[in-house]
Structures are given as C-alpha cells and as structure tokens.
Design a protein. Structure first.
Length: 277
C-alpha cells in the first residue's frame, strides 16, 4: 500500500496469546468475547504487526514483536511460536536485516522490542546491524529503572544489546524521524508511549500502537489492563480516532490478527471502524 509516495507493508512479528481480561481491562468477558473468542486458558489470539516503511533513502521498521529469546515456559504461557517470525517474514519479502536503516519502537514492552535483538552463540546482538533504534528518552529511562508495574515486560536482555551497540537514538518528544514519518508521544499505555504518523501527498496513515491495539478497542472504555494511565488512553484514543474520521486517515493496528487496517467513520459522534475501499 502507499501513502502518497511512501510505501507501507505490514510484517508479522509473530502471533501470540494473551489473557483476555488483560487485553480488555474492566470490560466483562461476555462483552469482549463477542470480538475475541478465548481459549480454554482464557487467552485471545493476537498478532505482533510491525510496519515496514520505505521513504526517501530510509527503510524504517516500526516495532519488532516478541523475538526469539523467550524460554520454553514463557513460550507456552503466551503461545509464542518457535523460530524468529519477524526475520523470517522479512526474508520472505526479500528484505535483508542490513537494509533496515531505522527501527522505531513505540515503547519497550517485550512484545514490541523483543525482536530488536537475537541470540548468536553466547551473545545477544541487534537484529538490524545498520539501523538506528529510536525510542523516547523517558520510555528508555523508565524501562531501564523499572519505573512501572509492568517491569516484568521491561527486560534487560532486550535493552542492553541496543545500548551496548551504540545504535540507540533517544528522542525528546514529538519529532519527524524520516521523510514523511513522525512520532507523537501519547502517554496512556506508558507515560512515553508514542504512535507513528506517515504523511505524504495529502494522505495520512496512523500506526496507533497500544493506544488502540485492535478495532475492538475503538469504544472508549475498551482499554488494556496494562495501561498505566487508562484515562489518558481514553482521551487520546478518542481524539485521534475522531481526527481520523474527519480527515480520512488510514489506521493500522499492532495486535489485530485479521482486520489490520481500517478507515474511520463517525456514528452518533463516536468513531467506528470501516473497511478501506
């Protein structure tokens, strides 16, 4: 797909399963299960949708999935497949790791940064040797110092290789990071969570990340239990989706397994997802 002259492609970083109650917070199971059918362990099937962007001389990858560093017990808990799905799916599309020039991390939970590095022998090294890895400075500091009840998802084996390689680029607020690609700090899910805008030729796409991980999360109270600032998530989500409807943005989701992109309409003043033409 294209946004103006910018080429976009969704690349799966691998499927996984997550507790449905965690995915939908205060929403009762009889309601959220209309959108996602849980398995016998109460888990719902999700994807880690990464976004490949070709713009100017840059080849940008947004988020990296769970990667291949989880142990057997964790793979079972989250139903994470063996192998390295992100690198395998990039290779299937003819994309070599060396081609990636910028990796944008919306935040540093393990299902977004795990694939940024991988194990080679006794070492963990960055998966994309020629890339800059960009994340908000506050997010990095929060993750490094475990300033969150989600500290189990901030894993040193994911962070240290990026710091030690010299490839880490820390951002201080909203910024244009490549031609037609900019990040906006949203807060909500984490205090420095960022979403990604792609804009060119009068068109706009929004990679909403964990502010709105699936179309089922359009409704204001449908938020993850993992959000540190759930009210902020509700406010930011409502604002972004309302603007998406009024300005005809394409909205892309980071965890939706099937309906990975939509347009947005307003129904009684509330945003609703509609399939793109």
């Amino acid at each position: 797909m294209r946004i103006g002259g910018i080429e976009l492609e969704i690349i799966s970083g691998g499927t996984f399963r997550l507790d449905g109650g965690g995915m939908f917070g205060i929403i009762p199971r009889p309601l959220w299960s209309r959108s996602f059918t849980p398995d016998d362990r109460g888990r719902v099937s999700l994807d880690t949708n990464c976004l490949l962007i070709r713009t100017g001389d840059e080849v940008v990858l947004v988020d990296t999935g769970n990667g291949a560093k989880l142990g057997e017990k964790e793979r079972d808990i989250f139903a994470v497949p063996e192998g390295n799905p992100l690198l395998e799916n990039l290779a299937a599309r003819g994309v070599r790791p060396e081609e990636i020039t910028l990796v944008l991390l919306t935040h540093l939970h393990m299902d977004h940064v795990g694939g940024a590095s991988h194990i080679v022998g006794d070492s963990v090294i960055p998966s994309f040797p020629n890339a800059r890895y960009a994340v908000q400075r506050t997010e990095w500091e929060d993750a490094l110092h475990n300033r969150s009840h989600m500290r189990a998802s901030y894993r040193m084996e994911n962070l240290q290789p990026l710091a030690e390689s010299g490839q880490l680029k820390l951002l201080d607020g909203d910024a244009e990071v490549a031609p037609g690609v900019r990040v906006q700090v949203t807060g909500g899910h984490t205090p420095a969570h960022q979403c990604v805008f792609i804009q060119d030729g009068g068109e706009t796409a929004l990679f909403a990340a964990d502010i709105c991980p699936t179309p089922a999360h359009f409704r204001p109270p449908y938020n993850m239990a993992y959000d540190l600032e759930p009210y902020v998530t509700m406010q930011v989500k409502a604002d972004l989706l309302t603007r998406a409807a009024r300005e005809n943005w394409l909205v892309l989701f980071d965890h939706e397994p099937v309906r990975k992109m939509v347009r947005v309409a307003l129904d009684g003043g509330l945003p609703v997802p509609i399939d793109p033409e």
